[in-house]
Write a protein that binds this ligand. Structure first.
Ligand code: SF4
Length: 548
C-alpha cells in the first residue's frame, strides 16, 4: 500500500510504502488510518494546520464487486474533539484503489483555496479560487468537466467551518459524521479528484457467494432503501421524536411506502448489485434519499410529517455539505431552547418551512445559524442547557430507551453516539436477545465492534455484512484471503478488530475522553441507570480480558 502525505504548509508531497508489518496488523482502511492518526500531538485544535485528515482504502476496494467501493476517512473531530471517523461509498473509493495512492494524508493549511488530484501514485495541488464559494454539487460538476475522474468536495458549510460539515461525492454519498468537511475547509482544500488507472480485479467465486447467500436477503433494502426499517423501529417504540420527548411517531406521511410517490430511480455504488440508493424528486428538489436517518432527523425528531419539506431540506444540506443527523438534532435542540425562552427566535415542532431556512442559515453561519453550526455540544456550552449527545456526537435514529444495547453502543463507540460501530440495533430488533434487558448486550456490542473495525479496514459495505443476514467472520476472512493473498484465521482477525478499536480509544483517552456519559433524557423512561452501569461494567471486563 502506498501512503502519500501532502503538506499544504510547504506544498510538498511525499510518497512512501506502508510497512508490510502494519498491513498485516491493521489490514488497510480504518486500521491503517487509525494507526497513523495516533502520531498527532495530543490536544491540538482540530481546525488548526496541525490536524490531519487521512483517506484510506483497503485490500478489497480494487475489486469489481458488490459492496467493495468504500473508503474511510479518519481525523481529529472538530465537533467532538476526539477520534473522528467516517466511511463513504460511491465510485471514488474504487477509483482511489486504482490511483496508486491507497492512503492519503492531508496536513498543514494552504494559503489559498486548492484542490488535489490523485493519480499514478502522485498528488498534484491545484488552485481552487474559482471553486471557493460553490456548493458541493456545483464543485463536483465543474471538476468532473475539467479533470474527469471521481470527485469528493465540500460545500459552503465546510468553508465556513460548520462543526458537522461533511464531504460529498456524487451528490448523495457522504463522509457524513464528525465534521471531516470542516477539517478540509480549515485546510482550504475544496475538493479531491481521484483518477484510477487500469481495470478492477474480479473474483467470480466471491461474486457467486454474494449472489447466492447475501444479496437475496436484502430485497427490502433494494425495494425501499434504508427507510424500510422505519416501521420496525417505530413499532418497537425506538424511533426518537419531538427532540427525544417520545419514542414513537405517526409515520404514515413519511414512511417508505409514502416515499414511493417521489421515487425517480435506484442508485448504486460502483459495481454494487444491491443498489440501495433511491433518488426522490419533488417540484422543488431532487435528492438521493432521504435515508432513514434523515427521515428521523428532519422528520420525527422535529415533529415534522411533511415529506416534501424533508426532501427539500435534505437536498440543501447535501449541497451545502452538512451531516443531516447532527443538523436535525441541532434544530431540535434549538426548538427546546426556544420553548425554554433561551432564544430570541421562536421555533417549534412541525414548522417545516423554518427548518429549510435554518439549513441555509447554519451553512452560512447567519444569525441563529451560527449557534447551530457549533453542534449540540457547542450549543450546550453556549447556553448552559443540557442537550442530547454522547461524547459530542448527536445520536442517530435508534432510541436506547427501546433498545438497551444502543445505550451501551453509544457509550463505547470511539466517535460518540453512533449506530454504525456495532449495528447492535439489528440483533436487538430481530429478537436475537431481549432489547429491553441488559442481559447479553455487552458481549454482543464488543463482538460487533471488533467485527466492524475489521470490515471498515477492508473497506467493505455495512449492508452486506449486517448481523444475521450478511457476511460473518468466516466470509470476511475468505474475502481478505482472496484480496490480499494472505491467509487470515478468524481468531487472528478478532484480535485485529480489538486492536484497532482499542487504538481509536487510546486516541480519545489522550484527549481526556472516556466511555460516554449518557444524556439525562435517556433515563427519563424505559432505561434504568443500573442497567446501563451493569452493561458498561460487563463490557469493560470483556475488553480488559481480551488483549491484542
Ligand atoms: S449496498 Fe448500498 S451503500 Fe452498500 S455498496 Fe451497495 S449501493 Fe453502496
Amino acid at each position: 500500500m502506498n501512503l502519500a502525505v501532502v503538506n499544504l504548509d510547504s506544498n510538498e508531497t511525499k510518497v512512501t510504502q506502508i510497512p508490510e508489518r502494519d498491513e498485516k496488523m491493521f489490514i488497510g482502511g480504518k486500521g491503517v488510518a487509525t494507526k497513523l492518526i495516533t502520531t498527532l500531538s495530543p490536544k491540538i485544535d482540530p481546525l488548526s494546520p496541525k490536524n490531519v485528515i487521512i483517506f484510506a482504502v483497503g485490500p478489497v476496494n480494487s475489486f469489481r464487486l458488490s459492496g467493495a467501493s468504500r473508503m474511510t476517512a479518519v481525523f481529529k473531530s472538530p465537533l467532538t474533539g476526539g477520534y473522528g471517523e467516517s466511511q463513504c461509498g460511491g465510485f471514488a473509493p474504487h477509483e482511489m484503489a486504482l490511483s496508486g495512492v491507497h492512503v492519503l494524508m492531508v496536513a498543514g493549511r494552504s494559503e489559498k483555496p486548492v484542490y488535489l488530484v490523485v493519480e499514478g501514485g502522485c498528488v498534484e495541488i491545484k488552485p481552487a479560487d474559482h471553486l471557493w464559494g460553490l456548493d458541493a454539487f456545483e464543485t463536483e460538476d465543474a471538476l468532473r468537466k475539467d479533470e474527469g475522474g471521481e470527485v469528493m468536495a465540500i460545500g459552503q458549510a465546510g468553508e465556513n467551518l460548520v462543526k458537522f460539515a461533511c464531504i460529498t461525492h456524487r451528490r448523495g454519498r457522504q463522509f457524513g459524521r464528525a465534521g471531516g468537511g470542516a477539517v478540509l475547509g480549515s485546510k482550504r482544500v475544496k475538493a479531491i479528484v481521484f483518477r484510477g488507472d487500469g481495470e478492477g480485479r474480479e473474483s467470480q467465486e466471491f461474486e457467486e457467494f454474494l449472489d447466492k447467500h447475501v444479496i437475496p436477503k436484502l430485497s427490502a433494502l433494494q425495494k425501499y432503501g434504508t427507510p424500510n426499517i422505519m416501521w420496525l423501529v417505530n413499532r418497537s417504540k425506538s424511533l426518537p421524536s419531538y427532540y427525544w420527548k417520545s419514542s414513537e411517531f405517526s409515520i404514515e406521511g413519511i414512511d417508505a411506502e409514502k416515499m414511493l410517490r417521489y421515487f425517480v430511480r435506484r442508485n448504486a455504488c460502483y459495481a454494487c448489485k444491491v443498489a440501495c440508493g433511491r433518488i426522490s424528486r419533488t417540484e422543488k428538489a431532487e435528492v438521493e434519499g432521504p435515508e432513514y436517518e434523515t427521515l428521523y432527523s428532519f422528520g420525527t425528531l422535529l415533529g415534522n410529517a411533511d415529506l416534501e419539506i424533508i426532501i427539500e431540506a435534505n437536498e440543501l444540506a447535501d449541497r451545502f455539505g452538512m451531516d443531516t443527523i447532527s443538523l436535525g438534532n441541532a434544530i431540535g435542540f434549538a426548538i427546546e431552547l426556544s420553548r425554554l425562552g433561551k432564544l430570541e427566535e421562536s421555533i417549534d415542532f412541525g414548522e417545516g418551512e423554518k427548518y429549510v431556512e435554518l439549513v441555509r442559515k447554519t451553512a452560512f453561519r447567519e444569525g441563529i445559524g451560527s449557534l447551530l453550526a457549533e453542534g449540540v455540544v457547542g450549543m450546550e456550552r453556549l447556553t448552559g442547557v443540557e442537550g442530547v449527545h454522547v461524547n459530542g456526537l448527536e445520536p442517530p435514529a435508534y432510541d436506547p430507551r427501546g433498545i438497551f444495547g444502543m445505550a451501551l453502543a453509544y457509550a463505547t463507540s470511539p466517535r460518540g453516539a453512533c449506530h454504525m460501530r456495532s449495528c447492535a440495533y439489528r440483533p436487538n430488533l430481530a429478537g436475537q436477545l431481549d432489547r429491553l434487558s441488559a442481559e447479553g448486550q455487552a458481549r454482543l456490542v464488543r463482538e460487533l465492534e471488533d467485527f466492524y473495525a475489521v470490515v471498515d479496514s477492508l473497506v467493505f459495505c455495512r449492508f452486506l455484512t449486517l448481523p444475521q443476514i450478511g457476511m460473518g467472520w468466516e466470509d470476511v476472512a475468505k474475502l481478505l484471503e482472496i484480496a490480499s493473498g494472505r491467509k487470515y484465521e478468524v481468531e487472528h482477525l478478532k484480535k485485529v478488530g480489538h486492536r484497532i478499536h482499542s487504538m481509536a480509544w487510546e486516541f480519545n483517552r489522550r484527549e481526556g475522553i472516556g466511555y460516554g456519559r449518557l444524556p439525562s433524557k435517556f433515563f427519563q423512561y424505559g432505561l434504568e441507570r443500573e442497567d446501563f452501569e451493569r452493561m458498561i461494567e460487563e463490557y469493560m471486563r470483556f475488553r480488559e480480558s481480551n488483549q491484542a
